[in-house]
Design a protein around this ligand. Structure first.
Ligand SMILES: Nc1ncnc2c1ncn2[C@@H]1O[C@H](COP(=O)(O)OP(=O)(O)OP(=O)(O)O)[C@@H](O)[C@H]1O
Ligand SMILES: [Mg+2]
Length: 317
């Protein structure tokens, strides 16, 4: 691994983000080539978090544009502060300003409300991190507009002229793949797919995020999460659920996984009624029964075979 990539990995891990080589390399390249990164992956695997920790690691502003259906260019770029303009006009009613002067005044920078894209372009002193979160939720027209902004990092406000970025922001786009993004957008970005973590990675994440959880509990939780991701569920739990569950178990003073506690806390892992019902029966017995008494490397080895075992035993019903 080249030194610069290793440094990125170290900086992200310094912000409690467990980073593998693929992530560190993509982040490094995005910074070196000044290209946006498009991150895709299932829910809760740590996509959004990358932008947050990158901003913290670079000690710069995080500017977030949360995408949703119907999001339009105005909301993303800038708006005029209409109430402030009206107030100004009222105050100036008795002054001898001409209509032209008044217009010039109320369409100047102090009356401009900068929305995320303009904020990112005009961030003072150094490059900000611009997070365009869940871009798949925005409409295709908005995506086309984004392409324009991302290609030249300048924004034209008709009344003010063109504002160019002094410091090009680092751009992170995330998508949960609820719809396909255009080829044009993909081509402009570096691509990073984040999968569910391996047993080791998830264990490191849990130990980092919930440092007072004991090793045994943390490794049982990671192993359990690996196992249940083999089961067909409406909402497969991500890392966020592993962390939540660990914290719930800590709050209940659990030292290890036992059946009663697991059953009582299923709501921290599964966020869907059918999933709780599906998981609460035989799958839970198989998982807990077969992992009982295993520790360390045995648990890791167990995660490698539990998928097949579940498939075999559940289909034999
Ligand atoms: N590699 C990691 N290191 C440390 N914490 C992580 C890691 N991956 C995920 N997390 C934690 O998991 C939680 C979920 O992460 P995040 O919100 O980034 O997921 P996401 O992929 O954006 O999910 P969604 O698609 O639901 O928006 C956060 O609390 C984050 O801190
Ligand atoms: Mg997210």
């Amino acid at each position: 691994m080249i030194e610069a990539v290793r440094q990125i990995q170290e900086r992200l891990e310094g912000q409690s983000y467990i980073t593998d080589r693929a992530i560190a390399t993509t982040v490094y390249l995005a910074m070196a080539l000044k290209k946006p990164v498009l991150i895709e992956g299932q829910a809760g695997v740590g996509k959004t978090e990358i932008a947050k920790v990158l901003a913290a690691a670079l000690d710069t502003n995080l500017i977030r544009l949360q995408c949703y259906e119907g999001l339009d260019a105005n909301t993303a770029l800038y708006e005029w502060n209409y109430p402030k303009q009206m107030l100004r006009i009222k105050i100036d009613e008795n002054n001898r300003t001409t209509a032209d002067e008044e217009e010039h005044l109320i369409f100047s920078e102090p009356f401009l409300l900068k929305r995320p894209l303009l904020q990112a372009v005009t961030n003072p002193d150094k490059a900000a991190v611009l997070l365009i979160d869940e871009v798949d939720r925005a409409d295709e027209e908005f995506e086309a507009f984004l392409l324009e902004v991302l290609s030249d990092f300048q924004v034209t406000v008709p009344e003010l002229g063109t504002i160019e970025a002094k410091h090009r922001p680092y751009v992170v786009l995330t998508s949960n793949r609820t719809r396909e993004l255009s080829d044009a957008l993909r081509r402009r970005c570096l691509y990073l797919w984040i999968d569910y973590p391996s047993f080791e990675k998830e264990l490191r994440i849990i130990r980092t995020k919930v440092p007072n959880a004991n090793e045994r509990l943390a490794s049982q939780i990671s192993a359990f999460m690996q196992a249940i991701r083999h089961i067909k569920l409406a909402k497969v739990p991500g890392v966020a659920e592993s962390i939540d569950w660990t914290m719930s178990l800590m709050a209940l003073h659990a030292e290890h996984l036992d059946e009663t506690t697991v059953r009582e806390t299923l709501g921290a892992i599964f966020k869907d009624r059918d999933d709780v019902a599906r998981m609460g029966g035989k799958p839970l017995d198989i998982v807990l029964g077969s992992m009982d008494g295993l520790e360390g490397d045995e648990l890791k080895a167990w995660t490698e075979t539990i998928g097949q075992r579940l498939e075999r035993e559940l289909s034999a019903r």
